[in-house]
Design a binder for this molecule. Sequence first.
Ligand code: MF3
Ligand code: CO
Ligand code: CO
Length: 255
Amino acid sequence: MNNYSEKFEKMRIAGKLASRTLDMLTKEVKEGISTNKIDRLGYEFIRDNGGHSAPLYYRGFKKSLCTSLNHVVCHGVPSDRILIDGDAVNIDVTAIVNEYYGDTSRMFTIGDIPIKAKNLIETTYESMIRGIEILKPGINLGDIGYEIQSYVEEKGFSVVRDFCGHGISSTFHEQPNILHYGKKNTGHKITAGMTFTIEPMINAGKLDVKVLNDGWTAVTKDKSLSAQFEHTIGITENGYEIFTESIKGYSKPPY
Ligand code: MF3
Ligand code: CO
Ligand code: CO
């Protein structure tokens, strides 16, 4: 036992509901479904399993999850847009259970996607994993960014700077910011009991992003493809725990 075991137990429960929601959606995210339908299915699943969706009414957001398609970097708003062959979409779910938050996202692909899109998705997933695998007390936040940025740039892709991971527990977004780029041995020290997300947004083209007039949808300025994965993580005495791991073993496409 330690002074964060109760917090971690709550994070586990919220994280598991968020990841189970993505697991449930996996068989639904196929050609012909609208992103509004995905939103509704997510809303209902979370509600029926003892939680509620954090995005709904968050700072005026009107949907229960984010669906970010193709050149959308993040915060894509579900709509009547139907998924078609060749689409790559990130679905980002945040569940609240007993006041605690679990935040996770994965990429989904529809039918055949170009090899460059597959490479981008693979690289984005692997960069998140590299950022996670170094986690333990005593390292610095900049070490996470360094792992992600160096891996991604080696592959010829770029790391979005305008959005970052975040502390999370009984509030959705809290300190510290988790940058997905950076230098080794810089930034705050990581300590046991910290809980935060790692959620790199990686572009096939340039890193520049703009937000559309809806105030939410962030897109790449050069219209290049963007990918993202997200886990909610806790720092333990010797390492880390991922609260949002798929119980079905769904990590990245193909599922
Ligand atoms: N889930 C996003 C994150 O990873 C935040 C979405 S805020 C919303 O931090 F309002 F757009 F849903
Ligand atoms: Co997040
Ligand atoms: Co999220």
